[in-house]
Design a protein around this ligand. Sequence first.
Ligand SMILES: Cc1cc2nc3c(=O)[nH]c(=O)nc-3n(C[C@H](O)[C@H](O)[C@H](O)COP(=O)(O)OP(=O)(O)OC[C@H]3O[C@@H](n4cnc5c(N)ncnc54)[C@H](O)[C@@H]3O)c2cc1C
Length: 327
Amino acid sequence: MHFAIIGQGLAGSSLAIEADKNGHDITCFDLSNENTASKRAIGIINPLVLKNRTIFDKSEIFLSNCLSYYNWIEKTFQKPLLSRNSIREVLFNPSEVSNWTSLSQESNLEKYIGSIETTNKSLSALGLGCIKNSFRLDVKNYLQVIRTWLSENHHLQEEDVKNIFVSKNEVIVNSQKFDGLILAEGLIATWTQKIFRPLQFSPTKGEGLVIETTNTNIDFPVHRNTFLLKEHENRYTVGATFNRKDLQTGPSKAGKDSLIKELSYWFHDDFKIVDHWCGLRPTMKDRKICFGWHKEFPNVGFLNGLGSRGALTSPYYSSLLWAQHRS
Ligand SMILES: Cc1cc2nc3c(=O)[nH]c(=O)nc-3n(C[C@H](O)[C@H](O)[C@H](O)COP(=O)(O)OP(=O)(O)OC[C@H]3O[C@@H](n4cnc5c(N)ncnc54)[C@H](O)[C@@H]3O)c2cc1C
């Protein structure tokens, strides 16, 4: 069957790969917009909720799916995309160190809470708690790999989808005929809401900084309230904030100030800010991911609400959606 996929963010990308694995042809429609959630994602794949040191719901199943998926992508397209350098949590004082050690001995947490390492000279920390089974996806390159594959092996149309007509036997997208349709529109969700139902979004804004330093040498992700992530040479990303109240599309002074404040607690090298950006996460009010096939039109499906963990969860939900497809 020939499916139209609307959107090539994290959701649309893994849905396209799964469609191909299921033997379908694909035409992917995607606007070349730099400000989507996927283009802003910093790529952290983290099985823990760091704020309260608990396990993110269904982490084990998400992790095993996403690792086998990204490993397959890396092998198939011969591109390294996944950094296996674990996140290190900044531990400030003896009580945090002792709490980390106790958690690492709890049977449900021992596979995620690892040993405590000595700190780096640029960080004010008593120790660095290692988060086992945490990774970082190079989202920009991953999206590019899928985009190139779509344009070379299937069809990619960089255009706004302004018209969709759906019936039992066919789908028409911008005047082209298809057998089926998958909507992976992120926050825009115009067609998902018209064809399925209104979605209860409660987006969270994330702001980040790119800083340049001369003395720092930290090649693993560091976290305490915010992340410090090496990009290349002397450039690091700091972020991202979580804000449900300010949903303006531009970066804010408050966002920048809060990132500098958080970072300054534990990072003491001099730095210069070279970029300040923001994006909106497609989070639902109930924080649940929503997906499924249309009751009346069995070849019309959608996936949305990936929230703040799209890199971790999109491979699992994409394969689940396809597993539920009954044409
Ligand atoms: C600042 C920030 C940091 C983040 N960090 C992380 C992280 O570290 N780890 C993690 O796992 N997740 C992270 N996320 C979350 C992650 O980015 C999202 O969960 C994920 O990107 C959502 O993907 P999506 O494909 O559903 O939506 P989107 O990325 O919004 O993609 C939807 C696509 O559909 C296209 N589209 C929509 N409507 C149309 C139309 N009518 N015609 C043509 N094209 C259309 C859009 O142009 C877009 O390309 C972060 C998000 C933000 C904002």
